[in-house]
Design a protein around this ligand. Structure first.
Ligand code: GLP
Length: 244
């Protein structure tokens, strides 16, 4: 009789003594993974946590085949113009798409100004149905434990959706001084994330210490969305407690 079990062994944690070490280890991990198959669907978070990693990937771009790389944007501020410097789009263009030479046809992401938000989520869900699952997913953890814009709540949503943003998200440095009023964000859902073959979670800094201590308690709860990563068999956390 076949048995199906979720892996509750929790996640592999690589503790780093500096952010430079974290960036180096994570960038090598990603390059090794991308090199293991001819084509990869790579899901990319934005924010401070992965920036140094993406800069190293750009430095090492000779080892990455842009033809074999498709990017999907994890999340986006709703109503913030795509060319606004605080948008996730602007960030990814700056740190990943242009430096790595990813063509338009190899990039998919939420349109922040989509009028029909349900249709926009369906477009992304349909893309993942046709092209998924994600091969490698780089996440960040919010100060409140969110992943993407999957915010702490009574229940989590599996697929792409428009999320009402928490005060914590609205206070993120990316958006705080943008001058645009933002209330919502598009995000992939937790099932989309958990269906990724590999997940990496880079985290650094003293301000993340408290939420990481909660995460390491391994209590899986929708009130701490990142805790669902404990259900996944291949998550690597690259963690540096220091700010540099
Ligand atoms: C933002 C982004 C997330 C990001 C997270 C953590 O809300 N939408 O994708 O992972 O916050 O950001 P940071 O790495 O800057 O702490």
């Amino acid at each position: 009789m076949a048995k199906t079990n979720y892996n509750l062994s929790f996640m592999l944690i690589t503790r780093c003594s500096s952010v430079a070490e974290l960036n180096e280890l994570a960038s090598e991990y990603i390059i090794k993974d991308l090199s293991s198959r001819p084509r990869s669907l790579f899901c990319t978070a934005t924010g401070n946590s992965p920036t140094g990693i993406y800069q190293l990937l750009a430095d090492k771009k000779d080892r990455i085949d842009p033809q074999g790389l498709s990017l999907i944007k994890l999340d986006e501020w709703y109503n913030l113009p795509m060319d606004h410097p605080a948008s996730c789009e602007y960030y990814l263009q700056q740190y990943m798409i242009r430096p790595l030479g990813v063509s338009d046809g190899n990039y998919t992401g939420f349109n922040s100004l989509a009028k029909d938000t349900a249709a926009e989520c369906k477009r992304i869900n349909d893309f993942l149905t046709a092209n998924g699952p994600i091969d490698i997913c780089v996440l960040g953890i919010g100060l409140n434990g969110h992943i993407g814009f999957n915010e702490p709540a009574d229940y989590l949503q599996p697929h792409a959706h428009l999320a009402t943003l928490s005060d914590t998200s609205l206070n993120h440095t990316m958006i705080k001084s943008s001058g645009v009023e933002v209330k919502y964000g598009f995000t992939l859902g937790v099932a989309d994330i958990l269906q990724s073959k590999k997940i990496i979670l880079p985290v650094f800094g003293k301000n993340k210490k408290e939420i990481m201590e909660q995460l390491f308690e391994a209590k899986i709860s929708s009130q701490l969305p990142a805790s669902v990563l404990g259900l996944h068999p291949d998550v690597t956390v690259f963690y540096c407690e220091n700010d540099s």
